[in-house]
Design a protein around this ligand. Structure first.
Ligand SMILES: Cc1cc2nc3c(=O)[nH]c(=O)nc-3n(C[C@H](O)[C@H](O)[C@H](O)COP(=O)(O)OP(=O)(O)OC[C@H]3O[C@@H](n4cnc5c(N)ncnc54)[C@H](O)[C@@H]3O)c2cc1C
Length: 567
């Protein structure tokens, strides 16, 4: 039995920031992660983190309030404005805190933390460390966690939560190295398990971004919020999926179609062009491709960065040069980069308030798996790293306060039952009652999602996908015997996680079907207008065996009443 006051599931930025906050308050904290923490998807973040420091020569009049307005407008007015104000206010301090812990931010000549422009910003405010910002932040936090003696359980996969009568008592974990099953007792469990880009095949997300943690909360009775809003990054590398950072468009990179036109002028004002927010640029690129104006009529366009010059590219974007050379054998200093939209960011997630609390007592969530909501219908680039750190820290604090209020440790209720049922679940997979292959099921799910729940959506295709996913869930119960070895058995792990991913696919597709309007990243060709009268609300999805039950939840509006969104 593993027993700690706080158990945090996930060693990415949100999990580590929360762990550090609670540990520094003297509480017993453990981080359980299916990956070695530094391999979490956070390490892939390139472009940077937004905060109104006002260091850039063009951003002297910037403020957290302007940042909040940009975020609310970017969200197409679906974000909760009180939460956005917290995020942009705390963001400034968060950056300096990371600096004091040793994060190697890039700097201006005067020594201040450098900032660059990103999409949807009134002023340049994205702080960065070359194009390896996520890696630098993660490394910095990991060092601080080790120094503060946070306990780590690396390569432990949480397979179920122990929830009874609306209270969470812990979880059950599978140790990847030897297949052992562990009961985990905790007074508070925090999920920081990241996004679910792997619902799709063309995605920037790591193979491990399956959304399994989100599915565990859903199965435990916690509603998922706004899952239909999925961000498609407009410029992912064709044939590979990794992002070609928005920082390049911020610096002035051009997008060209097959006719050699800078096509963004058709979609936004000349002052904005390639610096429009992601949903708008992704739709523009997709429209060009769908109209046969891709490069050579193919399904991609070109990102041209050559005029930025070798020196700037080498110093600010060394990782991009490496990725292009490694995966496409092209040199962006001399050649244009083939790009297309790819699934990138899960705007929705586990429904939490600004303190990370869920509907289940003792169960919290933070980071990309959670939905506060600060991104609404469309996240601005650079706001997600900010979200992980601000709400990671805030949730860590809230949990410490909660522990101060809650008396005594909870009884270890249900642990033995939960372990038994996890073991039975694995045994069932190993025994296999049929002939279905998990890889084939996953590919089919990806295909269905790629075809219908993408940049452009419409009822017929969404209906077929919902039905198709239900069919895959049924086929999942008739899978071939899965290899039963106990050491590093990824056949077993991926088969297990697939159940959760299929549940999320259903919520995303069914949610996209019922939201009959277009807002932010969710564009319905059959309902092309935003409809505030009926749809200025969050959607909550509750798990039911027969399929998700959807309910509405009001959006919090503080200062900015919804307006038409123009750039
Ligand atoms: C390619 C790419 C580039 C990006 N660039 C930027 C950027 O420039 N700026 C920006 O603001 N945002 C960016 N983002 C988004 C941002 O990086 C992520 O939203 C953020 O890092 C997510 O952090 P997290 O801590 O929530 O989750 P992750 O970093 O995804 O970590 C999830 C953790 O959960 C663990 N885990 C998951 N399930 C389980 C389980 N069942 N049991 C045990 N452990 C589990 C994993 O081991 C991992 O440690 C980018 C994303 C991608 C994919």
């Amino acid at each position: 039995m593993i027993k700690h006051d706080i158990v945090i599931v996930g060693g990415g930025l949100a999990g580590l920031r929360a762990a550090l906050e609670a540990r520094r308050a003297g509480v017993d904290v453990a981080v359980i992660s299916k990956l070695f923490p530094l391999r979490s998807h956070s390490c892939m973040a390139q472009g940077g983190l937004n905060a109104a420091l006002g260091n850039h020569p063009d951003s002297r009049s910037d403020s957290p309030e302007v940042h909040a307005f940009d975020t609310v407008k970017g969200s197409d007015y679906l974000a909760d404005q009180d939460a956005v104000e917290i995020m942009t206010r705390d963001g400034v301090e968060i950056v300096y805190e990371m600096e004091r812990w040793g994060c190697p931010w890039s700097r201006f000549d005067d020594g201040s933390i450098a900032q660059r422009p990103f999409g949807g910003q009134s002023f340049p405010r994205t702080c960065y460390g070359a194009d390896k910002t996520g890696l630098y932040l993660l490394q910095t936090l990991y060092e601080q966690c080790v120094r503060s003696e946070v306990r780590f359980y690396d390569e432990f996969l949480v397979v179920s939560l122990v929830v009874r009568d609306g209270r969470c008592f812990g979880a059950v974990a599978y140790e990847v190295a030897n297949g052992a099953i562990h009961a985990i007792e905790a007074r508070v469990l925090l999920l920081a398990t990241g996004g679910c880009g792997r619902l799709f095949s063309h995605t920037s997300n790591s193979l491990t971004s399956t959304g399994f943690g989100t599915a565990l909360a859903y199965l435990a009775g916690v509603p998922l919020k706004d899952m239909e809003f999925f961000q498609f990054h407009p410029t992912t590398l064709v044939g590979h999926g990794t992002t070609i950072t928005e920082g390049l468009r911020g610096q002035g990179a051009y997008l060209f179609n097959g006719a050699g036109e800078r096509f963004m002028e058709r979609y936004v004002s000349n002052a904005v062009m390639e610096r429009a927010p992601r949903d708008i640029v992704a739709r523009a690129v997709q429209t060009e491709i769908n109209s046969g104006r891709g490069i050579g009529g193919e399904r991609y366009v070109h990102l041209d960065v050559r005029h930025l010059g070798e020196e700037k590219l080498q110093t600010m974007f060394p990782g991009i040069i490496e990725v292009c050379q490694e995966f496409r054998k092209i040199d962006p200093i001399r050649e244009m980069i083939p790009v297309a939209p790819g699934a990138h960011y899960t705007m929705g997630g586990i429904d939490v308030n600004a303190d990370g609390e869920t509907e289940v007592d003792g169960l919290y969530a933070a980071g990309e798996c959670a939905c506060v909501s600060v991104h609404g219908a469309n996240r601005l680039g650079g706001n997600s790293l900010l979200d992980t750190l601000v709400f990671g820290r805030r949730t860590g604090r809230a949990i410490v306060e909660y522990l101060g209020r809650a008396r005594g440790a909870p009884p270890a209720a249900g642990a033995a039952d939960a372990v038994r049922s996890a073991e039975e679940n694995l045994a069932k997979l190993v025994a296999g009652s049929g002939t279905e292959d998990p890889t084939a099921l996953r590919r089919r799910m990806n295909l269905l999602m790629d075809e219908s729940v993408t940049v452009y959506r419409e009822d017929g295709a969404l209906a077929r996908t919902v039905e198709g996913i239900r069919d895959l869930q049924e086929r999942y119960t008739r899978m071939r015997p899965i290899y039963g070895g106990r050491r590093f058995n990824y056949d077993l792990i991926w088969s297990l996680e697939l159940r959760g991913t299929l549940l999320l696919a259903e919520v995303v597709a069914a949610g996209a079907r019922i939201r009959k309007e277009s807002r932010g990243s969710h564009y319905r060709t059959d309902y092309p207008e935003r409809d505030d009268a009926s749809w200025l609300k969050h959607t909550l999805a509750y798990f039911r065996p027969e399929g998700p039950e959807f309910r509405g939840k009001p959006v919090t509006i503080t200062k900015w009443s919804p307006q038409e969104r123009r750039y």
